[in-house]
Design a protein around this ligand. Structure first.
Ligand code: AMP
Length: 329
C-alpha cells in the first residue's frame, strides 16, 4: 500500500454547488482566487451536482445550473489545461468512497454538524442525504489526496470532519489518505447582500434586489447598486458595525478596482461602484455568451477534466477498499 507522493505544488480542491445563479460573492470569494492560484497550486474544481440533491430541487434546474456554472467558471478564467474541472457525478468514485467513509463515521458525529442541526431544527422534512453530505464532502476531498481546501467559516467544521475521518481511517486501517488542511477565505472577500448588508450575498434562483448575479445585465447591476441599502448619515466611511451598507459598497469597489477610491457622497459611491462592477462583469459575460453558442466546448472541457481526475480517484478508492477489507483483483 502506498500513499500519495509529496508534490512541489499543493493540490487544492474547490467546489461549486449548482443550486442557483453564481453571484458576486462567489466571484470574489471563490472564482477569482481560484483563477489566481492556478499557477502556484494544482487545482481541482468540481461542479458538486450530487450536493445539490440534498434539499428540495428541480431536476431540470440542477442540470441547467451545472452547465451554466461550468461555463461561467471558464468565462471567468478557469483554464481547463491547468485546472481539473469536472462534474462530481461523472466520477462514481465519489459515492463509492462516501460509503466506505460512512463506515468510519459515527452517527452522532454527523448529527453534530451545525449546517444539519440548523436545517433539521426548523422541523422541516429533511432528506437522509442532508445528514450524510459532510461525509460525501470528506470523500470529495480525500479522493484527490487534497492538501488544501479553501473554505469560508461555514464549511470549516466539515473540513475538520474530513480530517478526523481521514486520521481515524489511517490509524485503524493503514496510511491511505492525505490529511487535508482548510485554507480560510480572505475576510475582505465577504460580499454582503445589497438589500440587507448584515447578511452574506448568496446564490438564488429568483431575482433578488440584494444579489448581483455574475450574468446580470449592466442595467440590472446599475439598478441594484443604486438601490442598495445605505445607512443614516452621509459620511462615506469604512465601518462594518455602524455603516454596513456603505462598507459593503466600499469593499465591492475595492475588490473590483484594487483601489480604495475617494467618495464625497453616497450617490457618487453608488455610481462608481456600479460602473466598477459592470467593468469586471462585462468581459466575463462576453466570454460566457461565446461559450453558450458553443456548448460542445464546455462539455469537452468537463469530459477532459473527468478523464484526468479518474485514475487518481480510482487509485484512492482501491487503496481505501483494500485497507478496509474488500477483495480486489
Ligand atoms: P456557495 O455559493 O455558498 O455554495 O459558496 C461557494 C463559494 O463561494 C464558497 O467558497 C464561498 O466561500 C464563496 N462565497 C459565496 N458567497 C460569498 C459571499 N457573499 N462573499 C464571499 N464569498 C462567497
Amino acid at each position: 500500500m502506498t500513499i500519495a507522493p509529496t508534490r512541489a505544488r499543493a493540490r487544492r480542491l474547490s467546489a461549486c454547488k449548482p443550486t442557483g445563479r453564481l453571484q458576486l460573492g462567489n466571484l470574489f470569494g471563490m472564482i477569482l482566487p481560484l483563477v489566481a492560484g492556478q499557477d502556484d497550486s494544482e487545482t481541482v474544481t468540481m461542479l458538486a451536482d450530487l450536493h445539490s440533491l440534498t434539499v428540495e430541487h428541480d431536476p431540470a434546474a440542477v442540470r441547467g445550473r451545472t452547465l451554466e456554472q461550468a461555463a461561467v467558471l471558464l468565462a471567468a478564467g478557469v483554464d481547463p489545461q491547468r485546472c481539473t474541472l469536472y462534474v462530481q457525478s461523472h466520477l462514481p468514485e465519489h459515492t463509492q468512497l462516501h460509503y466506505l467513509l460512512e463506515c468510519a463515521t459515527g452517527y452522532g458525529e454527523a448529527q453534530r454538524m451545525v449546517a444539519f442541526k440548523e436545517k433539521a431544527g426548523r422541523g422541516e422534512q429533511v432528506r437522509l442525504s442532508l445528514l450524510t453530505y459532510p461525509v460525501l464532502m470528506a470523500a470529495d476531498i480525500l479522493l484527490h489526496d487534497t492538501e488544501q481546501v479553501p473554505v469560508g467559516d461555514d464549511q470549516l467544521q466539515h473540513v475538520e470532519l474530513a480530517r478526523t475521518v481521514a486520521n481515524r481511517f489511517n490509524g485503524r486501517y493503514g496510511p491511505v489518505f492525505t490529511v487535508p488542511a482548510a485554507v480560510p477565505a480572505p475576510v475582505a472577500a465577504r460580499v454582503m447582500d445589497l438589500a440587507d448588508p448584515t447578511a452574506k450575498m448568496g446564490k438564488t434562483n429568483v431575482v433578488s434586489a440584494g444579489v448581483i448575479g455574475i450574468l446580470d445585465e449592466p442595467d440590472v447591476v446599475r439598478r441594484k447598486v443604486m438601490r442598495a441599502v445605505t445607512d443614516g448619515g452621509s459620511t462615506v466611511r469604512h465601518d462594518r458595525e455602524r455603516q454596513p451598507g456603505v462598507t459593503n459598497l466600499l469593499e465591492i469597489y475595492q475588490a473590483c478596482t484594487g483601489s480604495t477610491g475617494h467618495f464625497s457622497s453616497y450617490g457618487q459611491l453608488k455610481r462608481e461602484t456600479a460602473e466598477a462592477v459592470v467593468a469586471v462583469l462585462t468581459p466575463i459575460q462576453e466570454r460566457y455568451e461565446a461559450l453558450r453558442r458553443r456548448p460542445e466546448t464546455v462539455e469537452a472541457a468537463l469530459a477532459e477534466g473527468a478523464r484526468r481526475a479518474r485514475p487518481r480517484a480510482a487509485a484512492t478508492l482501491r487503496r481505501a477498499g483494500e485497507a478496509i477489507g474488500l477483495v480486489s483483483f
